[in-house]
Design a binder for this molecule. Structure first.
Ligand SMILES: Nc1ncnc2c1ncn2[C@@H]1O[C@H](COP(=O)(O)OP(=O)(O)OP(=O)(O)O)[C@@H](O)[C@H]1O
Length: 468
C-alpha cells in the first residue's frame, strides 16, 4: 500500500510539474488534453484503490424510456426494508388507495445477503431525449465489496429480482376479462372466495390444491418433459355446486387473471383464434356451460340443453368443435407462459369426448351435492360454528338428501339481525326434512299406480268386465 502511495504521489508530482511547465507557454490547445489525461488517471487511480464496486440499475430501458421491469422488481424487493430502515421515503397511492412507500431520492439503506453487506442508494439522472425535452429519471445503485463480486453477480442479483417479482405478483390487482367479438374488456377481479370457503370433500379439495400448486411451480418439469406449460380442468356437476366459485378460488390461489370466454359472442373460429392469442400468461381461460355452446356438443340437435337452444336461437355463432380444438392445441403449442383452461358444464354427458380427453382436459372434477364435510365448511363460513348439537341431525339428513351447497348456504345466511346461528341451523333442518317428505311422497305416488295395476290383475272378474 505504501509503495502504491509513493508511486502515485510521484506520478502526480510529475503531472503537476509538466502542467506548471506547460501553463506559462500558453499552449491552450494541448492544455485540455493534459487535463483530460490527468482526470482519467485520477479516476483509474480511485478505481484501483477503492475496494467497493457500484452497479446502477436505471428506471428506464431502451431508447423509448420505458419503465424497466427489473427496476420495478428491485423497488418491490427493497420496499419492506425501506419501511424498516429508511429515514426519508416517498409515498404513492396504488390501486385500492394502497399506500406504497419507496426510498426518497439520495436515501441509502443497507441490505444483507449471506452475511454480505450491500448498500442501496437512489440517484437521479437527466437524459436528453431525441425529440422531447430533457427528462429526469432515477436509478437504484448497489455497492458492495469487490471480494463479494462473484456471489452478488451469480446469486444476489437473481435473488432480489425473483423475490421482487414474487412480491409484485402477490400485490398485483388481478383482472377479470370478458370478451366481445374480437377483443377483451377488462375489470378488476375482486372475488374474495378462497379454497377454504369451498364446500366439498376435503381430500378432493387438497388434491386439487396440490395439483394447481405443482402446476404453477412446474416450469422446469414441463421443460424437461418437453410439454407446453398448460393444464386443462373440466368442472362438472349440477347448478349451484360451486363450479364458478372454484374458478375464482383457483385464480386467488395462483394469483392468475381470469379470461371469461363467452363463446356465443364469438362469430367464428378465426375470431376465436384472435381472442385466444390475446390472452396473457398466468391466466385462467374459462368457458362456462360448454355444453350450451353452439355446434360443439355431442348430438346438438337432440340433446342440447334448454339454455343451449335459447342461445342457439338468438345469435349466429359459427364456432365449431374443430375450431375450439385447434385453438386450444394451437395455444398449447404456440404461446409461452403458464395457462389454465377450464370448462364448466352441468351436462358432462352432452360434451364431445374429443373436447375433454386427457391431454386437453387433464383433470376432471365432479362438483357434487353437499356432503356433511361441505356443510361444516359452510357453517364455519356463514355462522362461525365449528360444532353444534344440531350438527348430528344435519349429518343424518344431509347424507340422505340431495341438496346443493348453494341451497345450504342460502339457509345458513341469517335473514334478519335477530337470526342466531341456531335458528339458521333449524331452517336448514326444516328444509332437509321437507325434501325428505317430498321424496317419500313422490316415491309413494310412483308406487301407487303399480298397486292399482296389481289389484286390477288380482281381480280377474273386474278385468273381464272391463274388456267386455
Ligand atoms: N361448493 C361450494 N362451496 C361454497 N359455496 C358454494 C358452493 N357451491 C355453491 N356455493 C354458493 O352458491 C353460489 C353459486 O355457486 P356457483 O355459481 O359457484 O355454482 P355453479 O356450480 O357455478 O352454478 P351454475 O352451474 O348455475 O353456474 C356461490 O356464490 C356460493 O355462495
Amino acid at each position: 500500500m505504501a509503495k502504491m502511495w509513493m508511486r502515485t504521489s510521484m506520478i502526480m508530482g510529475i503531472i503537476m510539474f509538466v502542467y506548471q511547465m506547460v501553463q506559462p507557454l500558453g499552449l491552450t490547445t494541448i492544455r485540455p488534453f493534459i487535463l483530460r489525461y490527468c482526470s482519467r488517471y485520477i479516476q483509474k487511480f480511485i478505481a484501483c484503490t477503492n475496494p467497493y464496486i457500484e452497479i446502477s440499475i436505471d428506471e428506464c430501458t431502451g431508447d423509448h424510456f420505458r419503465l424497466s421491469g427489473v427496476y420495478v422488481a428491485i423497488q418491490a424487493y427493497l420496499r419492506p426494508k425501506t419501511r424498516e430502515l429508511a429515514r426519508r421515503m416517498k409515498a404513492q397511492f396504488g390501486t385500492n388507495k394502497k399506500l406504497i412507500l419507496n426510498m426518497a431520492d439520495y436515501e441509502e439503506i443497507v441490505d444483507e445477503f449471506e452475511g454480505i453487506k450491500i448498500w442501496w442508494y437512489v440517484g437521479k439522472t437527466v437524459s436528453q431525449r431525441p425529440v422531447a425535452s430533457d427528462f429526469e429519471h432515477r436509478h437504484s445503485s448497489l455497492q458492495f465489496h469487490r471480494q463479494h463480486c462473484e456471489i452478488i453477480m451469480s446469486s444476489y442479483m437473481y435473488h432480489i429480482i425473483k423475490e421482487g417479482e414474487a412480491i409484485l405478483r402477490e400485490n398485483r390487482q388481478r383482472k377479470l376479462y370478458s370478451n366481445n367479438r374480437t377483443s377483451w374488456n377488462r375489470l378488476v377481479f375482486d372475488h374474495p372466495v378462497k379454497f377454504e370457503h369451498i364446500a366439498m370433500d376435503p381430500v378432493k379439495k387438497k388434491e386439487i390444491i396440490d395439483d394447481l400448486i405443482s402446476f404453477s411451480n412446474g416450469k422446469e418439469y414441463y421443460e424437461e418433459i418437453g410439454k407446453a406449460w398448460k393444464r386443462g380442468y373440466l368442472l362438472y356437476g349440477p347448478p349451484g355446486t360451486g363450479k364458478s366459485s372454484m374458478v375464482a378460488a383457483m385464480a386467488n390461489l395462483l394469483n392468475y387473471d381470469i379470461y371469461d370466454l363467452e363463446l356465443t359472442a364469438v362469430k367464428d373460429n378465426s375470431d376465436l383464434r384472435i381472442l385466444m392469442h390475446e390472452t396473457s400468461k398466468k391466466s385462467i381461460i374459462v368457458m362456462e356451460d360448454i355444453d350450451c355452446c353452439l355446434n360443439i356438443t355431442k348430438k346438438r340437435n337432440d340433446s342440447v340443453s334448454k339454455k343451449g337452444k335459447e342461445v342457439a336461437d338468438s345469435i349466429e355463432s359459427r364456432v365449431t368443435l374443430s375450431g375450439i380444438l385447434n385453438v386450444i392445441d394451437g395455444l398449447w403449442s404456440a404461446s409461452s407462459g403458464e395457462r389454465i383452461i377450464v370448462f364448466t358444464t352441468n351436462h358432462i354427458e352432452n360434451i364431445d369426448p374429443a373436447l375433454i380427453r386427457k391431454g386437453r382436459m387433464d383433470k376432471h372434477i365432479e362438483m357434487s351435492y353437499c356432503c356433511f364435510e361441505g356443510f361444516k365448511v359452510l357453517a364455519k363460513n356463514y355462522l362461525k360454528l365449528d360444532s353444534h348439537e344440531l350438527f348430528e341431525t344435519i349429518e343424518n339428513l344431509i347424507s340422505q338428501e340431495q341438496i346443493t351447497p348453494a341451497d345450504v348456504a342460502e339457509h345458513l345466511i341469517p335473514k334478519t339481525m335477530n337470526n342466531d346461528p341456531e335458528h339458521c341451523l333449524e331452517n336448514l333442518i326444516q328444509a332437509l326434512e321437507k325434501r325428505k317428505e317430498d321424496r317419500n311422497s313422490t316415491a309413494n305416488q310412483q308406487e301407487e299406480p303399480n298397486a292399482e295395476d296389481k289389484s286390477e290383475i288380482a281381480n280377474p272378474q273386474e278385468v273381464e268386465e272391463k274388456t267386455d
